[in-house]
Write a protein that binds this ligand. Sequence first.
Ligand code: GLU
Length: 400
Amino acid sequence: MPSGERESATMAVTRRVAELRREGIEVLDLGAGEPDFPSPGTAVKAAQRALDEGRTKYTVLEGTAELRALLADRYCAQGAPWSAANTLVTVGAKAALYQLARAFLSPGDEAVVHTPAWVSIPAQVRLAGAEAVTVAMAAEDGFAIRAQPLIAAMTERTRAVIVNTPCNPTGAVASILDLERLASACAERGALLISDETYERFVYDGRRHASVAALAARYPDTVVLVGSFSKSYAMTGWRVGYLLGSAEVVAAAAAVQSHVTSNATSFAMAGAEAVLAEEPPESAALVAACARRRQVVLRELERVPGVVCPPPAGAFYAFPDVRACLDEACPDSASLCGRLLDEARVAATPGSAFGCEGHIRLSFACSDEELAAGLDGLVRVLGRSTGRVVSSFAAGGRAG
Ligand code: GLU
């Protein structure tokens, strides 16, 4: 019996873009959440060295001792009580989240998830046979991740609350106060607070990222942090992610991993070790580029009256409300994304995939050129749908 779970919408958009490009059609890709920067030279060299030195065999399942120690150190600096024994290296953050779902959720269990949510979070809960109890965050609050509605959705069947801060697709973040409330509520009920902090570096306007690492000493049994090298270091294809939590949590997730992937790729871990050992300047440059591109997106979207886009606090996505652009021929976000692709060759991801109809997700991690051209086409199509586009001059000039 197939699970009935459909292909990840983000992966489907990536696949469609690749297909069109193979056919020789130029596509402006605001779909994929993938930094345009090359992976840091230090990671590449370390991986090459590892290959030359024959680091091509199985490693211990949990990941190399070096990488686990470096990861634990990083989060200890933020107040966590974690050591290498509290650390599991996984095949991307996706696998970390999935292994947690398989280890801790069973049919009859519930996991509380905020929406809009990254497509794979509720899907993975369902793949584990459990129920994803989705709780909508308020659009008028910029989709900020608030503890109170999530706690209110907990029942005696809740085994986990899963947050993603900064959030893909909204860029919304949770404050340390909200995380603290969630950690306390979860600990009281013996549920896990799983915090996916894949976008931890991407926060804007002088904000500081609030991490559950700062709460782990107070709630050592139930706080779990998930992270990734993919976005922070432009290492998407390397597939190296991780989770940190209690020794029991790590053992349970590692047991699942032992049946699914074994260790993360040996030489990819060498690259990950290198960027933790010596912070590559490319990472800060990538975050700075995203901060600049975020301003470009916000300014361009302002040109379409009726399209509303709260500035994302973090991550590298804009999630505008495009209901003003919907009509009979194009009644929902999926058909609007189809129109964008057909008429402007712009790839975007429908909000419905994230549990939030009436919005689309635009990634601004692509190059400046692709972003500028993509936004041009996007504004043209959206403007035609609403019947209006404000000239770039009236909107305050084009960003460079
Ligand atoms: N996380 C990225 C995105 O949302 C990459 C695709 C995926 O893993 O979902 O676009």
